[in-house]
Design a protein around this ligand. Structure first.
Ligand code: ATP
Length: 359
């Protein structure tokens, strides 16, 4: 089995990256422990790729420091080029060289070793991803998933202290994506490798990350485990990122927000003021009307296989409620349903002067 030299730690300190008038990364600090998988998550343009490129050494930060395994690789007056950082890179387009065989592609990052040694390591690396039989084929002869595994073998062959991956699974169709993702993460865990992974997909981040770093506008919004981000998002933006929500605006008075769905505790930092109560689609349950917090009328039902997505109009609410129910629980349009809310799972945020859409 291949073994990393040593899983590296990564310390990003107050990194800023400016391109002309664009502040792509704005004072980001982050500590990654050896062996951890950390996901940089956010919408397009939030700066996650730029941050990864700064760590890789493909960008020189405007200010701030990058420390890899205790060694400053970028900072005032310091810049270690990518090939001397001990990082493995894997990007979404795999970037295999079309004119090189699969084995030669994997050997590419091992140029410092003798031919025989590089070949042995590349073969072992290919074998680990189950592709040694394609060693003398060319990239175009392999499927997208196989090419992705070659890219992984190539990135891991030099035994990098940290693997940097930018949307590594996004070019694959869904079935292949899940399989390659599982394989890749299994391999990383087996080797106890440190990984920094860019993704825009919250489900993917929750599946692979020990720690998720949610970014927006070049800044970190929240850092935490998947559970922390899902259960305790710090803002409406973070909450929206992780699940489908019903958002009900209300006014907090004396620490409570009254809504047509019932009364909710207002956030401690805003006992009085405009609030939004967020109720997940999975926190609403269809019950007999006499047991319900509220009654509604079904105006739409979409069959999702293992659940139905029900849209119901409720008196007093501007937007209809959307909830997930077991298939067939509410099946007819215009049917009156009772809805009960799991109050403990609701999230309540104060709204400043901002509109909901910018929260
Ligand atoms: P995506 O998921 O779309 O790749 P991202 O979150 O990775 O987005 P970045 O690619 O890091 O975002 O870009 C952050 C911001 O910096 C964007 O506004 C982008 O246009 C800008 N930017 C990135 N690279 C450059 C560059 N080389 N020159 C100028 N602007 C850049």
């Amino acid at each position: 089995m291949m073994k990393t030299n040593r899983a590296a730690s990564l310390d990003i300190q107050h990194v800023r990256q400016v391109f002309g008038s664009t502040l792509a990364v704005d004072d980001v600090s982050l500590a990654v422990r050896p062996g951890e998988t950390v996901c940089l998550l956010g919408h397009s343009g939030c700066g996650k790729t730029t941050l990864l490129r700064v760590v890789a050494g493909l960008e020189r930060p405007t200010s701030g420091k990058v420390i890899l395994d205790g060694r400053e690789v970028a900072g005032p007056g310091v810049f270690v080029p990518p090939e001397q950082r001990g990082v493995g890179l894997m990007f979404q387009d795999y970037a295999l060289f079309p004119h090189l065989t699969i084995l030669e592609n994997v050997m590419f990052g091992l140029a410092r070793l003798s031919g025989a040694k590089a070949r042995a390591i590349a073969e072992a690396s290919l074998s680990r991803v189950g592709l040694v039989k394609y060693a003398s084929d060319y990239p175009h002869m392999l499927s997208g998933g196989e090419q992705q595994r070659v890219a992984l073998a190539r990135a891991l062959a030099p035994q990098p202290g940290i693997l940097l991956m930018d949307e590594p699974f996004s070019n694959l169709d869904q079935r292949m994506r899940e399989r390659i993702r599982e394989e890749t993460m299994g391999l990383l865990h087996e080797k106890d490798a440190t990984a920094l992974v860019v993704t825009h997909d919250p489900v993917e981040a929750m599946m692979i990350a020990d720690l998720i770093v949610l970014m927006r506008g070049g800044r970190i919004v929240q850092t935490g485990t998947p559970e922390e981000l899902y259960e305790r998002p710090v803002s409406l933006f973070a909450a929206r990122f992780f699940c489908d929500l019903n958002e009900i605006e209300g006014q907090a008075r004396d620490g409570r927000v009254e809504t047509p769905l019932g009364s909710f505790a207002a956030p401690a930092d805003a006992p009085n003021g405009r609030c939004v109560v967020c109720v997940r689609t999975t926190s609403l349950h269809i019950v007999p009307p006499e047991e319900a917090d509220v009654v509604g009328v079904v105006i739409r039902r979409r069959f999702l296989g293992d659940s139905d997505l029900i849209t119901a109009r409720v008196d007093g609410l501007i937007a209809p409620l959307i909830l997930k129910a077991l298939p067939g629980v509410a099946s007819t349009l215009s049917e009156t349903i009772g809805v009960r809310v799991t109050h403990g799972q609701a999230l309540v945020f104060a709204l400043g002067g901002d509109s909901l859409n910018s929260a």
